[in-house]
Structure formats: C-alpha cells, structure tokens
Design a protein. Structure first.
Length: 117
C-alpha cells in the first residue's frame, strides 16, 4: 500500500511563502514511472488539482497558481515539493500530494495551509 506523508503547512500572512514536502513510499514500480502532483481542498469545496510534475521535470499548473507556485521532485529521496510564494487568502486549503491522473488510495492526511489577509 502506498503511503503519502505531507508536511510543511502552517499559518502565513498574505504575500508570504511556504514550502510543502511529500514523502512517498510503498509503491510498486520505479518512482520515476509516476507523474506526481499536488491537490488542495478548501473548506466547503471539492478537492482540486494544483500542479503536476513528470519524471522529466515537465510541469503543469492550475491557472490561479501559475507564476507563484513551483512544483519539483527528488527521485532519489522519493519526494515531491511545492514552493508557494506570494500566497493569497484564497490559497487557504488542505494540500495533498498524489499520483496523476489516477490517485492512489488512501490519500495522505494532507497539510493545512492558512493564509491570513
């Protein structure tokens, strides 16, 4: 069973930065086989896609975070990262990492990000 452990969230003022980390373990094939991504779920809303990264470091972002967030991966450490800059109150959510496009089950516990105005 795949385990996803997210960390790095917290409370930050608007305009600030946070870096999220995700450790992945228990997968069946080589880590480099997987496209990985970050998702988020704001209070009262559905979980949504934020960013993805391939093994070749091709990245794709949701329009609202493009230019502010940077996704990266460390294949040797089996980790995925999300650098979040110029944070906005609307970025407040629980952030999760997972495989793209077919997420593993169960999801990790996520890491809470709260951006105050």
């Amino acid at each position: 069973q795949v385990q996803l452990v997210e960390s790095g969230g917290g409370l930050v003022q608007a305009g600030g930065s946070l870096k999220l980390s995700c450790a992945v373990s228990g997968f069946r094939f080589s880590f480099t086989n997987y496209v990985l991504g970050w998702y988020r779920q704001a209070p009262g809303k559905q979980r949504e896609f934020v960013a993805t990264v391939t093994n070749d470091d091709d990245t794709h972002y949701q329009a609202s975070v493009k230019g502010r967030f940077t996704i990266s991966r460390d294949n040797a450490k089996k980790m995925v990262f999300l650098q979040m800059d110029r944070l906005k109150p609307e970025d407040t959510a629980v952030y999760y990492c997972n495989r793209v496009p077919t997420p593993w089950e169960p999801w990790g516990q996520g890491t809470q990000v709260i951006v105050s105005s």
